[in-house]
Design a protein around this ligand. Structure first.
Ligand code: NI
Length: 162
């Protein structure tokens, strides 16, 4: 289990460095990040959140583990408005507008370039995680930020923890 940094940590505001080569160290990081994300009951995690300033993210919104090294959003389409949270900002949730669909490229754990089309929750999650690589937190983008325990009813079910 890796420690998850909190929002006040300056490391979360750095621009993460691209990974030059997907080696054993990066594969180990991907594995540890996924374990940490599942243990924290999150749906996504970016390496800067565990104090590693590298462009590495993991996500699982219920349709399987996604691992991306040097992820890049090639295009965004449409818009979705919804609540999201962050394992680094556990007390707050915010309503954030994101693209509905994205096309992403990056490398997998074998260093192979892959391309993915995603929409809905996975698209939201990957936009949130890739923002972490540039030091951007959802609270920078949120139209409304509220305390997590103030959310009730239907809104609560829509809260995304990543
Ligand atoms: Ni986050």
């Amino acid at each position: 289990m890796l420690d998850i940094l909190r929002a006040e940590d300056a490391k979360l505001r750095q621009t993460a460095a691209p990974v030059r080569k997907v080696n054993r160290e990066i594969r180990g990081l991907l594995t540890e990040m996924a374990e940490t994300m599942y243990a924290a009951e999150g749906i996504g995690l970016a390496a800067p959140q565990v104090g590693i300033s590298k462009r590495v993210v993991v996500a699982d919104v219920g349709s399987g583990l996604v691992e991306l090294v040097n992820p890049q959003i090639l295009y965004r389409e449409g818009a979705q408005l919804g609540y999201e949270g962050c394992l680094s900002i556990p007390d707050l949730v915010g309503e954030v507008e994101r693209a509905q669909s994205i096309r992403v490229t990056g490398m997998d754990r074998h260093g192979h370039q892959i391309w993915m089309n995603c929409d809905g929750l996975l698209a939201r999650c990957l936009q949130h995680e890739i923002d972490h690589l540039d030091g951007v937190l959802f609270t920078d983008l949120a139209l409304v930020v509220v305390e997590r325990d103030k959310i009730s009813g239907q809104g609560k079910n829509e809260v995304v923890l990543d």
